[in-house]
Design a protein around this ligand. Structure first.
Ligand SMILES: N[C@@H](CCC(=O)N[C@@H](CS)C(=O)NCC(=O)O)C(=O)O
Length: 214
């Protein structure tokens, strides 16, 4: 295939290198050995869906493919898995059939969403009410405490014969992002730190560091 056509056939991840939801998809792409191009969304305050790959929610990440655009981290990861010739054994959110596992996934995604609200609230200026801000921070701290208490049993309950799980990738991206964006000190969360240090030994993690796109 000519180089130009090959370039067109490569999926495009639309996101930012500083975004935790985007990093989930880049870790998946690396684990699935799927080659992709990366398109940076320069202005997260843009109200043009076109800047987000057509996502009407004005959110990243999206994945552009010849079949169409996929909105949101989970959809993107599933499509990367379908495009992978390796097809590793992935544990997806719907496979988490014990309360501690399903709740861990729920709280990881909710904590990520709360973090987005706190960061975007800061960017937007002082309009967000103080009471709402305080509630969001309390919720985030509560969720992190729950995750600290339950991470060990949740991770131990994952199917041992897996290659990867959406839960671990998202948990890793959450914990490390809290520190990267200075949202919450993570030093007090010994169990979550232990998990992150261990998970960080994967090549897919060193290939996808958080950084601010210039
Ligand atoms: N449901 C989406 C949420 C994605 C999301 O919140 N992304 C953040 C960046 S990490 C974003 O687009 N922030 C811009 C905004 O909220 O305006 C997903 O699962 O991917």
């Amino acid at each position: 295939m000519p180089a130009a056509l090959e370039e067109l056939a490569r999926p495009v991840i639309i996101g930012r290198s500083s975004s935790h939801f985007t990093r989930i998809t880049r870790v998946f792409a690396a684990e699935m050995r799927v080659d992709y191009s990366f398109r940076v969304v320069r202005d997260l305050m843009s109200t043009d869906p076109g800047d987000y790959g057509g996502n009407p929610a004005l959110k990243i990440p999206s994945l552009q493919t010849p079949r169409g655009v996929w909105f949101g981290a989970l959809n993107v990861c599933r499509e990367l898995w379908r495009q992978s010739s390796l097809r590793p054994r992935v544990v997806w959110p719907e496979d988490l059939d014990e309360p501690v596992l399903a709740n861990a996934q729920e709280l990881v995604l909710q904590a990520m969403a709360t973090e987005v609200s706190l960061i975007m609230g800061k960017l937007a200026g002082p309009s967000d009410s103080h009471a709402h801000h305080t509630k969001m921070r309390n919720g985030l701290v509560n969720m992190m405490s729950w995750l600290e208490e339950n991470a060990r049993s949740a991770l131990a309950a994952l199917p041992p014969q897996r290659d990867l799980s959406f839960l671990e990738v998202s948990l890793f991206c959450l914990v490390t992002h809290l520190e990267f964006r200075d949202v919450l000190p993570i030093a007090p969360y010994a169990e979550l730190n232990r998990f992150s240090q261990q998970f960080a030994t994967r090549a897919s993690i060193s290939e996808t560091p958080y950084r601010f796109d210039t």
